[in-house]
Design a protein around this ligand. Sequence first.
Ligand code: AGP
Length: 612
Amino acid sequence: MCGIVGYVGKSEAMPIVLEALSRLEYRGYDSAGVAINNGRGIQVSRRVGKLKVLAEALRRKPLKGATGIGHTRWATHGEPTEFNAHPHSDCSGKLVLVHNGIIENYAELKERLINAGHRFRSKTDTEVVAHLVEEYAKRHPIEQAFRLALKDLRGSYALCLLSQDAPGKIFGARNGSPLLIGLGKGESLFGSDATAIMERTRKVLYLNDLEVVELTQQGAKVTTLSGKAVTRKPTTVNWNIASARKGGYPHYMLKEIHEQPDAVRQTIVGRLTADPLRLVFDKRTARFLKTLDPRTRFVILGCGTAYHAGLVGEYMLEEFAKLPVVVDLASEFRYRGPMLDKHTTVLAITQSGETADTLAGIRMAKAQGAKVLAICNVMGSSIAREADAVLYTHAGPEIAVASTKAYTCQVTTLALLTLFLAKARRGISPAQWRKLAEGLLQLPETLEKTLQQEAHIKTIAAKYMRVRDFYYLGRRYNYPSALEGALKLKEICPLIHAEGYAAGEMKHGPISLIRRGWPVMFVATDSPVYEKVLSNLEEVRARKGSCIVVASEGDQQARRHADHLITVPKTDEFLSPIVAAIPLQLFAYYMADANGCDIDQPPNLAKSVTVE
Ligand code: AGP
């Protein structure tokens, strides 16, 4: 998730673009850049690091001109370096653009353009678009060349393009990544969200997918990709800056819960395609996985939520890739003196890539000759740099301390890894592989549907807001869901002591606490052990416990046994922890909200635990 801005008007563009970028830094901040068209040429300035590094460079060497674009980056393809920072240009430097999203077919387009003589400077998918426009502009006017290039793209994009030959104009387009227009007095702007333009105007035109814009200081000409004119009334944004950054949600956590369908889509896109049904990883990771010792065993490391994701991965990899797996808390692993060797593969799961215990764990593993694969959300982070290969989750920046979209993207990445290894190790039949892959491709829509339960979950939370204890129970793939659900609740609503258990553990002690009204959250979605979970539910009900049940749509048995029922769409069991995470996140959120807790920055917690 990056931030892009554009300005065209009567004022100097550079300070306005920088100000707009500063309001988008929460969307990405590993590098930044601006490009200004002064009518005689396009000047570009880019820097690695936070926006202030670029601002300092521009203070020393300002760029002059009344038309400009800017970008603050969250790296997805290509490390955070100056070469990979946006804006990117074509061979001539006369076409310069910024981009947010993932161009799924950039590799094949890049090969075609290199064969046509184009010279690339970066490793990004974005640069391909600049050269593609340049190629079409050899035979078409720029407006049409831009449109033709867009038609070749597969994947998600929000784009702003400058052409030296079209001063006073910015071309824009969106598909799957947000882009809006600000209409000011004698000036017009582009922004990834309203925060970027609110300093200049509150009159906003929201763009839909596959729409194309020509922006001038007089206003915006919006058309469909096929060139049909689009007329749309502007709206007035009344948010303050803080709520605009949250997309109008009251908390980053709720915004990030709702971002999950798109975040999971970004995790899948560019890797698993529907037609043809194919799974590809980046060359380095694919090579790493294909050269694994056939006798290897996986040791999965993580902390907190990442550890819970690892527990789900254990079920997946053992069941479908027929791989021996153990999962370890990184804080224990590093002091346990584990037996590792060159046949061991350590899989480190981490959102931040900076968690001290996990970093120490992989360093120890490498010292003992083990290979390290990371699942990480932050390019250029310590763990991402020190691992032998990395699968990025592409969740975008996760601002709330309580992890939500990073978790579901971690489990989605584990599902992709499982499919890759299941095929390489012939762990399952092609028909079974196809079924699991198709379920994964459906996941974003499944999550969208699950989010529709929000209001119902909010009303349930209101009934339980005064409780001070909570059990979470699940089995198999949803035993980790129970742990994760309990962590979410106690993390953001520290008034409540919540504990997650394997449901089969009840008789081994936990059931002793069950008495009238004791609240228990069951994750009882379709599974080979569903009947076992149901009997645990009956044990709690027999002791007058109060049961909230997350069950699969159409489950009549659960309806009869639950005090409150939350239904989720049916999925393969191996994807059910991703789907079940949403109601558990929403329940924790509304319990904390009802209790007036500090949701985005809970007391005593840090987003990234970089110390022991
Ligand atoms: C989860 O909501 C917490 N923020 C915490 O448990 C987190 O998952 C843990 O600290 C690991 O962080 P990492 O994924 O950045 O390594």
